[in-house]
Unconditional design. Structure first.
Length: 136
């Protein structure tokens, strides 16, 4: 018995590729954040010890905001499509998904244009097909 149809909950191959690329980018950004926050937090703690203040906690808030924006495991949640203009700024998931959708739309547009050309004339444009150029 073969599995010809996937269940509705099973992601498609393009979705898996998209999610793994986004996850890898997020992991890289999280690592960069961690490397950057180590010396920043140490320096902020020294400043707080010498001069007083709450610089360390400002650095911690910065890291917390960055983590919320990255939303590392966002692929596990379904984002609401009807999100209003109010509320928190869009997460990195939202921004990357919009960019991927734009690339997919652009690729689909090119494919549809090529399909339309093929269906209407049956020939490739002369600039692309060296055999269709006139010899002179």
């Amino acid at each position: 018995m073969s599995e010809s149809a996937a269940s509705p909950d099973t992601p498609s191959r393009p979705e898996i590729v998209r999610d793994v690329v986004i996850f890898q980018v997020k992991l890289w950004l999280e690592g960069f954040k961690d490397v950057a926050l180590m010396p920043l937090s140490f320096g902020a703690a020294i400043i707080d010890l010498v001069f007083g203040g709450s610089t360390l906690y400002a650095v911690m808030r910065l890291g917390d905001r960055f983590e919320r924006w990255i939303h590392l495991y966002g692929a596990l949640e379904v984002e609401s499509e009807d999100a209003g203009t109010e509320g928190p700024p869009p997460s990195l998931d939202h921004l990357l998904n919009e960019a991927a959708d734009g690339l997919e739309d652009q690729a689909m547009g090119q494919r549809q244009a090529e399909d339309a050309r093929t269906a209407s004339g049956g020939e490739a444009p002369a600039s692309r097909d060296p055999d269709s150029r006139s010899r002179g």
